[in-house]
Design a protein around this ligand. Structure first.
Ligand code: WTA
Length: 690
C-alpha cells in the first residue's frame, strides 16, 4: 500500500487556537435589535443566546421547518452561534435584499472555516479518521486522521504563504479527488485565499479560461491522475493552460504516481517544499462574507460563470443539510462519490462532513473498475453508512446482474442519496430495493452550484415520514419554494407546474458571479423580481410535494455534469467551415442527456464533411472537455429561424427526438420549408446510423 505524504502525528498546534478562538459571545446591549432588512420579515435580527440550538433541535421536523420560515433569524442565528466556532460574534443574522442581489449573513462575525473543519475536531478526537481515500486500485485505501489532515493543511498553507499567496488571492486547484486536494482547499480557507477547483477532466483551454477569469496567482495540481487504471496527464494540461495565464506565478505539483513530471520555471515540487514547512499555521480570522471559493458552472450563455460562495453561511448550510438530509450521526462513514471538481464534492465530500466531524470517503475510481461491483465492494470494505451518488452511474450499473450488488455486505448502509439530475423510477427502485434491500431511505436531493447545499429533499430523520419514489419532495429548513406561472405570477394551490423560484434568502446561497454582479442579478433575480429563479421547472403534487421537471433554459445535464449548449456552440463556431450551429440536449438512457449538434457547413465543394465533423469533435474536446462532445452531428443546409433571426430550438428538439408529428405553431418561422429539409436530413442520418 502506497502512503501519501501526510504529516507525522504530533500534538503541537492546538494551544494557539485555544487562545485565538473564543466561543460566540452573547451580544452586548448595543449589538442587539438591529433592524432587519430582509424582505417580508419584521422580526428582530439579533443573535439568540448560545445554547438555544440545542433546545431547538429537539423540536420535530415540521416544527423546525415552521420556525425556520416564520422566524429565520432565531432559527439560523442560534444554529450559527451554536454549531460554528467564531472568533468574533456576528451582530446581525442577515442583511438581504434579493431584488438588488444583496445577500449578507451573520454580519460582523469573524471565523475560519478550516478551524471549524479541523481544529475543533482535533481538540476532541485527534485520531478520528477524517478522510478515507478510496484509491483507484481496490484495497489500497489510505486513512487520514483529523490531526494528520490539520497538519498537512497547515504545511500546505505555509507553503502558499511562503510563495506570496495572501488573503483574497485566487488559487486554482486542478486535481482529482485526493487528500491533498482537500488539504489544498482547506489551506486556502486557512489563510483567506479563494480557491477555485477545476474538474480535472476539463481541457487546458477551459482551465485557462477559468484561471484568467479568476485572475489566479497560483495553481495546485499533480503530475498525473489515475482512474479506472488509466493514467491521465494533468501536469501537461496545466502547462498548456498557464502559457496564456500571466497572473499565475507558481504551479505547485504533487506526485500522484512515480512518473517524474517535467518541471519548468513556475513549478514547485509540492511534497518536497511542504515537508520543510511548519505543521502549525495560524488561521486568518475572516469576515462571514469574505470569499471562500469560486466554482465555475454553465449557464445559458457561452461563458461559464464563477459562482461565489462565502464563509459562514455556506459552512453552516452544508453542515446542517449534511446532518439532516442524510441522517448523519456521529461515527458514520459518509460516502459521497462525487468529484471535488463539482459542487457536490465541495459541499458533501469536504465542507459539510468535515464541519460535522465525519469520516468522509474520497472516491478516486469509477463505478465499473475493476468490475460493476466496485461501489458495493467499497461499501463492504469501508463500512459506509451513507452512499450518495448520481443517477447516471445507477442507470449504468442496473444493466448488470444484481449479483454484482448482492455478493457484498451492505448492512452498514443506512441512507442512500441521489443528486445532479432527475432520477428515473427504474433507477430509484433498483437503488432502493436491490442496493438498499428496501430498508434504507433513499433521498432524491435537488440543488445547484448556486444554492450551496441541498434545497429540496425528503428528510429521512423525520419520524414516520414516507418517501415518495423519485421525488425531491420537501423544502429544507428555511427554503420557501414558489412556482411561477407564465405571466410571472405565483401559482397557488397544489397540482400545478411552473418555474421554480425560492422566495426567501438562505445562508448557503451564492453571493455573486465573480467579476460580474450584474450578471448575477440578471440571471437569478430579474426574471421573477424579488425571488431567486433556479432555471428549473417543477410540479407541486396534490400532497404539496415538489417534483423537479427539468431545466427551462439551454442548460443540459450530461452524466450529471452541467453544460450550456451555448458553450458547445461557441466551440463549434470556431471552425472556419462552420458558419452556424445549434446544439440541443436529447434524452439518453444512461447519461440522462446528450448533446445533439445541428451544423451548417460552408457551401464549398472542397469540404469533406466527415473530416470536418471529426475536427469539430476535437474542437469541443480541446475547448471544453471530452464529455461535452456531441453524440450526434447532423449537417443541415439551414437552421429554422423566426423572422427576427432567432433559432427555433423547439423544432430541432422535435426533429432529434422524432416527434415531428406535432410540431406546434410554425407560423413565426421565416421559411417553413426548412422544417421538411431538416426532417429529411435527419431521416437519412438515422438510416445511415443503423
Ligand atoms: C439538476 C448539482 C432533478 C437541475 C448539485 C439543477 C436535478 C442542476 C437534481 C444543477 C435532482 C440537480 N432532480 N434535477 N435531484 N439535482 N438537478 O449546479 O437541473 O451541477 O438546476 O448542481 O442539476 O446542477 P449543478
Amino acid at each position: 500500500m502506497q502512503r501519501i505524504n501526510m504529516a507525522p502525528l504530533s500534538s503541537r498546534g492546538t494551544g494557539f487556537f485555544r487562545t485565538l478562538l473564543t466561543r460566540c459571545r452573547t451580544p452586548g446591549p448595543g449589538q442587539s435589535r438591529t433592524p432587519d432588512r430582509c424582505r417580508l420579515s419584521s422580526l428582530p435580527s439579533s443573535p439568540p443566546p448560545p445554547g438555544t440550538w440545542q433546545q431547538l433541535s429537539r423540536l420535530s421536523h415540521p416544527d423546525l421547518y415552521r420556525l425556520s420560515v416564520t422566524d429565520p433569524d432565531r432559527f439560523w442565528g442560534s444554529a450559527a452561534a451554536d454549531r460554528l466556532r467564531w472568533v468574533e460574534p456576528f451582530h446581525r443574522v442577515r442583511d438581504c435584499d434579493l431584488s438588488s442581489g444583496r445577500i449578507s449573513w451573520f454580519v460582523g462575525g469573524k471565523l475560519n472555516v478550516s478551524v471549524n473543519c479541523l481544529d475543533v475536531h482535533v481538540e476532541k478526537h485527534p485520531d478520528r479518521v477524517a478522510l478515507i481515500w478510496e484509491r483507484d486500485e481496490p484495497g489500497t485505501e489510505v486513512k487520514v486522521t483529523y490531526r494528520e489532515l490539520l497538519e498537512t493543511t497547515c504545511r500546505l498553507a505555509n507553503t502558499l504563504k511562503s510563495h506570496g499567496i495572501q488573503k483574497g488571492d485566487r488559487v486554482a486547484i486542478y486535481m482529482p479527488v485526493s487528500p491533498l486536494a482537500v488539504a489544498a482547499m482547506l489551506a486556502c480557507a486557512r489563510i483567506g485565499a479563494v480557491h477555485t477547483v477545476v474538474f480535472a477532466g476539463f481541457s487546458s483551454e477551459a482551465l485557462a479560461g477559468r484561471i484568467q477569469d479568476a485572475g489566479c496567482k497560483a495553481v495546485v495540481t499533480c503530475n498525473q491522475g489515475v482512474r479506472g487504471a488509466r493514467v491521465i496527464d494533468l501536469k501537461s494540461t496545466v502547462d498548456a493552460a498557464v502559457k496564456s495565464c500571466p497572473t499565475v506565478q507558481h504551479v505547485f505539483v504533487s506526485q500522484r504516481t512515480q512518473q517524474p513530471a517535467a518541471m519548468g520555471r513556475l513549478d514547485v515540487p509540492l511534497e518536497e517544499v511542504m515537508s520543510r514547512q511548519s505543521s502549525v499555521c495560524p488561521a486568518e480570522p475572516l469576515d462571514s462574507e469574505d470569499l471562500l471559493f469560486l466554482l465555475y458552472t454553465s449557464g445559458s450563455t457561452g461563458k461559464p460563470k464563477g459562482v461565489v460562495h462565502t464563509q459562514a453561511g455556506y459552512l453552516l448550510y452544508t453542515s446542517l443539510t449534511h446532518q439532516y438530509v442524510f441522517d448523519y450521526r456521529d461515527g458514520d462513514v459518509f460516502g459521497c462519490v462525487a468529484d471535488v471538481g463539482w459542487i457536490t464534492g465541495h459541499s458533501y465530500v469536504v465542507y459539510g462532513p468535515l464541519c460535522n466531524g465525519a469520516t468522509t470517503v474520497l472516491f478516486e475510481s469509477t463505478p465499473v473498475y475493476p468490475n460493476p461491483g466496485r461501489y458495493w465492494e467499497t461499501v463492504q470494505r469501508l463500512r459506509i453508512s451513507q452512499f450518495y451518488g448520481a443517477p447516471t452511474a445507477l442507470r449504468l450499473l442496473l444493466k448488470y446482474d444484481d449479483s454484482w450488488v448482492k455478493k457484498y455486505d451492505r448492512s452498514s448502509l443506512r441512507t442512500l442519496g441521489s443528486v445532479g439530475e432527475p432520477i428515473n423510477h427504474e433507477a430509484w427502485h433498483w437503488f432502493h430495493s436491490v442496493v438498499g434491500e428496501g430498508r434504507c431511505p433513499l433521498v432524491d436531493t435537488w440543488w445547484q452550484t448556486e444554492t450551496g447545499g441541498v434545497c429540496i429533499a425528503p428528510r429521512p430523520a423525520e419520524e414516520g415520514a414516507a418517501i415518495v419514489p423519485a421525488m425531491a419532495m420537501r423544502p429544507f429548513f428555511g427554503i420557501q419554494p414558489v412556482l411561477m406561472g407564465e405571466k410571472g405570477e405565483p401559482l397557488s394551490g397544489n397540482s400545478v407546474s411552473g418555474a421554480l423560484c425560492i422566495s426567501q434568502p438562505w445562508p448557503g446561497m451564492a453571493r455573486s458571479i465573480y467579476g460580474d454582479h450584474q450578471r448575477f442579478i440578471d440571471a437569478y433575480f430579474k426574471p421573477y423580481p424579488g425571488n431567486y429563479f433556479t432555471g428549473d421547472g417543477a410540479f407541486r403534487s396534490e400532497e404539496g410535494y415538489y417534483q423537479i421537471t427539468g431545466r427551462m433554459d439551454d442548460v443540459i445535464n450530461v452524466s450529471g455534469h452541467r453544460l450550456g449548449t451555448a458553450e458547445i456552440e461557441d466551440a463549434l463556431d470556431e471552425h472556419p467551415a462552420v458558419p452556424e450551429t445549434a446544439v440541443i440536449g436529447i434524452p439518453h438512457d444512461i447519461k440522462g442527456e446528450v448533446p445533439f449538434a445541428f451544423v451548417v457547413l460552408k457551401d464549398d465543394p472542397g469540404l469533406d464533411p466527415p473530416v470536418v465533423l471529426q475536427q469539430l469533435r476535437n474542437l469541443v474536446s480541446t475547448k471544453i472537455a471530452k464529455y461535452a462532445v456531441p453524440d450526434h452531428f447532423l449537417v443541415v443546409k439551414r437552421l429554422p429561424k423566426t423572422r427576427s433571426g432567432k433559432i427555433m430550438r423547439r423544432i430541432l428538439r422535435k426533429v432529434a427526438m422524432e416527434t415531428t408529428g406535432d410540431l406546434g405553431d410554425v407560423s413565426t418561422l421565416d421559411d417553413p420549408s426548412v422544417v421538411k429539409e431538416i426532417i429529411e436530413a435527419h431521416e437519412l442520418y438515422r438510416k445511415q446510423k443503423k
